[in-house]
Design a protein around this ligand. Structure first.
Ligand SMILES: [Zn+2]
Length: 257
């Protein structure tokens, strides 16, 4: 599933749709009514929030997209290229087309609708308006394991399974430990790691947590320190796996306690 960095990177890439009226269509037909509402409007604001993307249109409407497990955007430098039949939404300028395929959410919301969605989302480490103190308070008072809380989008937004595993490894914390057992300094370090790691992933366009000179040519399978690794890339200890918060946790038993 795309994690928050994918959405923030996408928000940056979609800047090219701004500037004039957009043609909006639903080649698949499932979003025909929604596309008709915003067809001809221009894109005024691009707002990534965790794993959610809000596109504020000149009509006052907002396109709300969540990619879920399967969703993706395709880009065509020639907007005359025929879309694939499964495209839920095409947004096109005279220069470029962006096609949305298989999102879990694609809908038109008014301002209240946007606020209802964002009210249920925890602080996003990638947003500049994030209230860090509130994020740390929410984590420190959570009754659950830290590995469970980190995946809960109402606690923090944008953290998925890769960031969870890599960030907990970076601070030496076992995902099964309760949030309440972690002191304020440790939680602040965890936040800093997430902020830095996620920000780097926006720049890289993918999650690379190993420290190598030529980051972007690192194969995907060797880009993480513990996530989907046989052995820890820091110390060589065999990585152990378990289910925490419904997803597989990868732990270095030598470094995470
Ligand atoms: Zn290790």
């Amino acid at each position: 599933m795309p994690e928050g960095h994918t959405i923030h990177r996408l928000a940056r890439d979609l800047e090219e749709l701004r500037g004039g009226p957009l043609r909006a269509s639903s080649p698949q037909g499932r979003f025909a009514d929604g596309a008709a509402l915003v067809d001809g409007a221009s894109l005024e604001r691009i707002e990534p929030y965790g794993k959610h993307l809000f596109l504020g249109m000149s009509t006052g409407d907002h396109l709300h997209v969540h990619l879920g497990m399967q969703g993706t955007w395709l880009r065509y430098a020639d907007p005359a290229v025929a879309p694939r039949p499964q495209v839920r939404l095409r947004l096109a300028t005279p220069e470029v087309a962006r096609d949305l395929i298989a999102p879990s959410v694609c809908e038109v919301l008014d301002g209240d609708g946007v606020r209802r969605v964002t009210a249920g989302l925890g602080p996003d480490p990638l947003r500049s308006d994030t209230d860090v103190a509130a994020a740390l308070t929410a984590l420190s008072s959570d009754q659950r394991a830290i590995g469970t809380a980190l995946l809960d989008q109402s606690v923090l937004s944008g953290v998925g399974n890769v960031f969870r595993n890599e960030a907990l490894h970076a601070v030496g914390v076992d995902p099964r430990r309760s949030c309440r057992s972690l002191d304020g300094d440790l939680l602040a370090r965890l936040w800093d790691v997430l902020h830095r790691m996620m920000g780097q992933a926006v720049e890289d366009g993918r999650i690379i947590t190993v420290d190598v000179p030529d980051r972007l040519s690192t194969p995907e399978s060797q880009s993480r320190r513990v996530y989907k690794q046989q052995s820890c890339r820091d110390c060589g200890a065999l990585v152990t796996t378990m289910t925490v918060g419904g997803r597989t946790a990868y732990v270095c038993p030598a470094e995470q306690t």
